[in-house]
Design a binder for this molecule. Structure first.
Ligand SMILES: NC(=O)c1ccc[n+]([C@@H]2O[C@H](COP(=O)([O-])OP(=O)(O)OC[C@H]3O[C@@H](n4cnc5c(N)ncnc54)[C@H](OP(=O)(O)O)[C@@H]3O)[C@@H](O)[C@H]2O)c1
Length: 302
């Protein structure tokens, strides 16, 4: 398992699987499930259509395909429970669990209760990384203090944040005792986040990329730049992107409903991108965010 070392010494797998929300929860609560389903197909333009029970099949097999890092959140439907069930057969050191404190949980204000609930669902005594899902105005500074305490007690081996910009870090560090070890943000070739990557490196914060393939948007899937590089290395476009993240020192967590895609997404350690190829991919950046902007998002909707 290839790893990056966090500043507190924890070794974190350098590539992983993002579990997003699944529709497994429709079985549990038909009404709430259907409401969410309708929101997804209208707001998400059908993206979530495929995100069904395939997660079970994939998680069960993932460690055998060298995927040991799983990204989830208490906000991702039944994802935590699915991971807890499916990973039971593996020994604890074979998988690295990342989960998140949701905005709803931030509003409730009891981070200990939220983490204990996640631990129960995940069937583990501690998570490897506990992230704050969004810098929700009015709650994030206080919640970070509680996360620090839980880290000190060993309930999380590392703590970090998602969707932070520089100004959130600057604000947090005025009152924080412990600097976040990880920052998970949207990043892909159309939105490379070079400035944030520089900031993270300067401050020894490990960057993680969510939506790392840009959801294989047409502009990515059909990019001549990516296709040409892929052909040179006998790889596919997704593998080139995952390798680009890795070579930048970023941890990508791609989601897929397809076991073959998972297998190939993990298979990026037998080739190396030239400096000029890295630069060509960097140059694809058009500052195109595909997800919410942390400064303008409605925190009750994410
Ligand atoms: N912290 C946050 O606020 C936050 C926000 C959003 C997401 N996330 C995390 O990031 C994870 C991934 O994000 P995402 O789902 O938005 O974007 P993504 O992983 O970039 O895109 C997933 C899409 O890419 C396709 N894909 C993946 N591998 C492929 C391959 N080898 N070949 C062709 N297509 C491929 C998948 O289709 P197939 O199913 O057909 O493979 C799927 O449509 C989420 O699951 C979640 O864990 C975190």
């Amino acid at each position: 398992m290839e790893t990056f070392k966090l500043y507190n010494g924890v070794d974190m797998p350098c590539i992983g699987f993002g579990t997003d929300r699944t529709f497994v929860f429709i079985r549990k609560n038909i009404l709430a499930g259907m409401v969410d389903f309708l929101k997804d197909i209208t707001i998400g333009h059908g993206y979530h259509w495929k995100r069904d029970t395939s997660i079970i099949k994939i998680v069960k097999k993932a460690p055998q395909y060298d995927c040991h890092l799983f990204d989830t959140s208490s906000a991702y439907g039944q994802s935590e429970r699915v991971l807890g069930k499916c990973l039971k057969k593996y020994s604890r050191d074979e998988y690295f669990i990342v989960t998140k404190l949701s905005n709803q949980e931030q509003r409730e204000g009891d981070v200990r209760k939220a983490l204990m609930r996640s631990l129960k669902h995940l069937n583990v005594d501690c998570v490897d990384l506990y992230l704050m899902h969004w810098p929700q105005t009015d709650t994030y500074l206080e919640c970070w203090k509680q996360m620090e305490q839980l880290y000190k007690e060993g309930l999380a081996r590392a703590i970090g944040v998602c969707n932070f910009k520089e100004h959130h870090f600057e604000e947090l560090m005025k009152s924080a005792e412990i600097k976040p070890m990880v920052c998970q943000i949207e990043s892909h070739p159309l939105f490379s986040q070079n400035k944030m990557l520089k900031y993270c490196k300067k401050n020894s914060i490990q960057m993680m990329a969510y939506t790392p393939t840009g959801r294989m948007d047409k502009r990515i899937r059909e990019s001549e730049v990516l296709r040409t590089i892929a052909e040179i290395h006998h790889k596919d476009v997704a593998q080139v992107i995952m390798r680009w993240h890795y070579q930048r020192g970023v941890i990508p967590i791609a989601n897929t409903t397809n076991l073959e895609h998972l297998q190939s997404n993990m298979n990026i350690f037998d080739f190396c991108l030239e400096q000029s190829e890295m630069e060509s991919i960097d140059n694809m950046n058009i500052e195109c965010r595909l997800r919410y902007d942390p400064d303008t998002v409605d925190f009750t909707k994410c």
